[in-house]
Design a protein. Sequence first.
Length: 237
Amino acid sequence: MKNSNGSRTVEPQYVQRFGLQFRVQHILLFLGTLGLIFTGMPLWCLGRPGYGWTQNVVSFFGSIETIRGLHRIFGASLVLVSIYHLLYTVYTREGRREFLELVPKPKDVADVIKNSLYFLGLSKERPQFRRYSYLEKFDYWAVYWGCVIMIGTGLAQWFPEATAKYAPWLTYELAAEIHADEAILATLALFVWHFYNVHFNPSRFPGTLLWLHGRMSREEMLNEHPLEYEKLMSDKK
């Protein structure tokens, strides 16, 4: 590849795909979510027939109050990282750019159709993705919506008196049911959908450290985000 001066441009072996702030937010969200899952499951299962193992978990931590306290700490961390992300998308140039790139566009609909035809063997052409594919955008907005539901129903259970005063329609029982259902859905989405696409996909198995260092190889970029790679190389000319 040659630049505007006619000299040859050396293409990088790795591309810095995610900045430090983006990676820190992802790590905090990931750790907080795991903490919520591992402390939330015993709370949901305790007392239900067939879930006697939860008593062993309670005994390990000392008491149900300890688990509930830890669950609230992890819940507070989810609130803080959500606020952090909101401020990041509003007040930083990088955050605004990432958010705009994650907004669904008409091309995503076309990509879904083209990819479906490709997987069904009806087309030999795969869609060319920009910075984010429709799968990654689905991941992002699923987390976004999930945080709204989980934080809202979690606070309703944490502060039932305030909820009864300002949102009387959201009873404790209703909030608990919505919270549990969304938690189960989020857990399945994380361990089945997200983990497969990011770590267990044959092209990446046994995993990737992209979440840690933010770098992606040139080959991966050309395979997964060719339009983004072309843009990056064009900007360097």
